[in-house]
Write a new protein. Structure first.
Length: 187
């Protein structure tokens, strides 16, 4: 039991030291260095006020998607600055760190258009390659047919030459057999 209490105290001391360190670092850094970009969330119109409360006058009406730099936070209010414009206070419930759809949509549409152009170009290249592939297959088939025809013609030419040679030999034998022989005594 005593060990558990000591362990709990040790954890609490460690957490307290970490918290003290974080607070010290946070206070040492100027507010402008901690500025984080936040946006007014979609489909809203909110008042940029001169102070942190509804009793302060509205300086400007902000539309959804307005980019702001967060300077200070006093829940539920946040001191913000419009890029190149005035500083003021808005309620934190209307802010988000995520880029709202109103800001994202033009970027997405632009990227979609670029991707559509790339897809069309790639489809045209695929069609060309498909045509070239079909042409290559046709040429392979033609090459195979020509090789077979060439082999047939070579065989045919050799056969013709052999038949011609055999005919000449046969004719020589016939001429020799039928031609009267001359003896040296008959002359």
């Amino acid at each position: 039991m005593r060990v558990r209490v000591l362990q709990s105290i040790a954890r609490a001391v460690t957490s307290l030291r970490a918290l003290t360190l974080i607070c010290g670092v946070t206070l040492a850094v100027p507010a402008s260095a901690l500025a984080q970009t936040v946006y007014v969330s979609d489909e809203l119109r909110i008042a940029l006020r001169s102070g942190p409360g509804e009793e302060f006058r509205a300086l400007r009406i902000l539309l959804a998607g307005t980019e702001l730099s967060e300077l200070e936070r006093r829940e539920p209010w946040v001191r913000v600055e419009i890029a190149g414009g005035p500083e003021g206070w808005v309620q934190s419930r209307y802010l988000t760190e995520e880029t709202p759809a109103r800001v994202q949509l033009p970027r997405v549409l632009e990227a979609q258009e670029r991707n559509r152009a790339i897809i069309e170009r790639l489809e045209a290249e695929v069609a060309k390659l498909d045509g070239a592939s079909q042409e290559a297959a046709r040429l392979r088939e033609t090459g195979t047919q020509l090789a077979a025809e060439n082999a047939r013609l070579l065989y045919s030419e050799r056969s013709r030459d052999m038949i011609s040679g055999a005919g000449i030999v046969l004719a020589g034998i016939l001429v020799g057999a039928l031609w009267p022989r001359r003896n040296g005594a008959n002359s």
